[in-house]
Design a protein around this ligand. Structure first.
Ligand code: SF4
Length: 599
């Protein structure tokens, strides 16, 4: 099986459910043949020299097999049904979604004058920009702003043939708007509401839940991730604007992890009518870095006037660029909800506490006038913390968590929590208040530490000294030239092989460094029991919200005017909105109990 040059095994101690076997349920496409007499001759499977499979009846000469068998095919979507590969060895999809595939497409794309030309568009995540910025800063004295990195990546992508490069902070803005709306809709249901709502932007976590915790699926937000919202924007809104059909655009995203490849490959994001995906190809930060190195592009060299901030345009269409969403570098989902709800009460008070690590933090929003706990949420990163949260949420919601006996061994219990008195308010038992929301991310440290991000440096001791290849930290031999890991011989400071806390901190700092646009917080409407003042606020929309409203209007075609993203549209327009901005999940049937499998 071919692995990407950039695919490496990292953070193995955080994996919990790698399966030992690749299992696909047998599909019975035709009627079984009439069974011969019970106790008749047994059959065996024979494989010939060419790799053909034959059913051989006992006693029959192997040279004259009776029936040739069909080869089993494992597709990318089958991989979504496996608990083991999600965070460790997504090798099957590498040949379908890789930097080599992007180069190959660009080389074979007919010229723009040809009717079969596809417009190549690149969308890049802010975590990718932060990773690239951190790697450049490692060899320079001053931190490099994300806007500068974006300018340089745009210059590179234009050189290799992309028509335009967007960052995904605007699509994240739409995700946050829709996500906030979904939360408010759920909460408006009352006691029967499926809360806590669990974040949906991390496919690592979502695929894990589909496989091992289907009982959690009703709690996971239906809002599409920024990657898939960007896909919907490009293949629908932008295609329309350019006078093209969705299949006449080739959309590549650059993401911090391999799991995003799995996400883009889901059947829900496939347009049957045009036989195209919202995102055609996903490459990781490491793969983009490889592409630049393969083409001799040095990201540390300035291009033109990098201080100018330009909104990205395509055929005159502009999208806001590098929007800041204060909170976390993994998307600020929790903090956006807190901001919206804080705006709904006169005297909000927010308390936070870390539960063992900074990767698991609780946030309690209180009305300081009354002492009422208005909202309780948590940020939960890394599979170990995630196990605890799944167990806690399952217990609170009264659902049985996990499958089989293995589920009982999932995690240690939650320790007792202290009662605290909110500032200026009455005594409130926060333990009684359940979580309303959890921002769940599979990677420890969140998306800045995704498995596809650039890593600190490795030394190439073996190759440099004509000695056997160096081994990695698990003791496996590695050809470092082929791993996508930066090497000492690349002329950069040596010493690290894998991400460590210092490196992740550096990427985190790069992420927040000098973002150019002011924060934007989604407004809210009274339908969800929020004050009328917020309706007025929503009428004075900031530029990003104005574009968001325009897109909603042009894609959903409501029959009445839209005040904001939260306006309720007619039935048909709401159906279109759901199609464009929300998704669904599918429980995966399997005999494999991930938690029972030892690696
Ligand atoms: Fe990908 Fe990790 Fe972010 Fe999840 S937390 S979306 S797996 S980088």
């Amino acid at each position: 099986m071919t692995f990407s040059g950039a695919l490496t095994l990292t953070d193995l101690n955080d994996f919990i459910t790698p399966s030992q076997a690749c299992i696909k349920p047998v599909e019975q496409l035709d009627e079984p043949e009439q069974q011969a007499d019970v106790g008749g001759a047994a059959t065996q499977i024979h494989i010939d020299a060419a790799g053909g499979y034959y059913e051989v009846t006992e006693g029959q000469a192997k040279e004259k097999p009776s029936k040739k068998l069909q080869k089993a095919q494992i597709s990318l979507n089958d991989c979504l049904a496996c608990s083991g590969c999600i965070t460790s060895a997504e090798s099957v999809l590498i040949t379908l979604q890789s930097h080599a595939e992007v180069f190959s497409f660009l080389a074979s794309n007919p010229p723009p004058t040809s009717p079969s030309h596809k417009i190549p568009i690149l969308s890049i995540s802010p975590q990718t920009l932060a990773s690239l910025a951190a790697s450049i800063s490692a060899s320079s004295d001053s931190p490099i702003p994300l806007s500068t990195i974006l300018r340089r990546v745009k210059a590179f992508s234009a050189q290799i043939g992309f028509a335009q490069t967007f960052d995904t902070t605007f699509s994240r803005h739409l995700s946050l708007l829709e996500h906030t709306r979904e939360f408010l809709e759920r909460r408006a249901v009352g006691p029967e509401a499926k809360l806590p709502m669990l974040a949906s932007a991390c496919p690592g976590w979502v695929c894990y839940a589909e496989k091992t915790h289907p009982e959690m699926l009703p709690f996971i937000s239906r809002t599409k991730s920024p990657q898939q919202v960007m896909g919907a924007l490009i293949k629908n809104w932008m295609a329309q604007k350019c006078g093209r059909s969705p299949d006449q655009i080739y959309h590549v995203t650059v993401m911090p992890c391999y799991d995003k490849k799995l996400e883009a490959s889901r059947q829900d994001f496939y347009n049957e009518a045009y036989s195209t995906r919202d995102v055609d190809c996903v490459i990781t930060t490491g793969e983009l870095d490889l592409m630049m190195r393969e083409r001799g592009w040095d990201l540390s060299i300035p291009v033109g006037d990098e201080r100018l901030s330009h909104a990205a345009t395509l055929s005159g269409i502009e999208l806001p660029e590098l929007l800041t969403h204060p909170g976390t570098s993994s998307g600020s989902y929790l903090h956006t909800l807190i901001t919206t709800l804080s705006n709904s009460i006169p005297n909000p008070s927010l308390s936070t506490r870390a539960i063992r690590t900074s990767d698991y933090e609780e946030y309690v929003l209180t009305n300081a006038d009354t002492g009422e706990v208005v909202f309780k949420g948590a940020k939960c990163y890394g599979f170990r913390n995630l196990q605890n949260v799944v167990r806690k949420v399952g217990k609170e919601a009264g659902v049985q968590v996990g499958r089989g006996a293995a589920a009982g061994r999932m995690a240690g219990g939650m320790g007792p929590r202290a009662r605290r008195k909110p500032a200026g308010g009455a005594q409130v038992d926060e333990d009684v208040k359940r979580y309303d929301y959890v921002e769940v991310m599979a990677c420890p440290g969140g998306c800045v530490n995704g498995g596809g991000q650039l890593r600190p440096l490795a030394t190439k001791a073996g190759a440099a000294n004509s000695m056997p290849p160096a081994t990695d930290e698990e003791g496996f031999q590695r050809n470092w030239d082929n791993t996508g890991v930066r090497l000492e011989s690349d002329g950069i400071e040596a010493g690290w092989k894998w991400a460590n806390k210092d490196w992740v901190k550096r990427v985190e700092e790069s992420y927040w460094h000098d973002l150019p646009t002011p924060p934007a917080s989604p407004p809210a409407l009274s339908r969800f029991n929020l004050p009328e003042t917020l309706i007025e606020k929503s009428a004075s929309l900031d530029p990003a919200d104005k574009v968001a409203r325009q897109i909603l209007r042009e894609l959903c075609l409501p029959t009445s005017d839209l005040l904001s993203w939260y306006s309720i549209m007619d039935e048909e327009a709401e159906r279109r909105r759901t199609e464009l901005f929300r998704t669904q999940y599918h429980a995966v049937e399997s005999e494999v109990i991930g938690l029972a499998v030892k690696w």
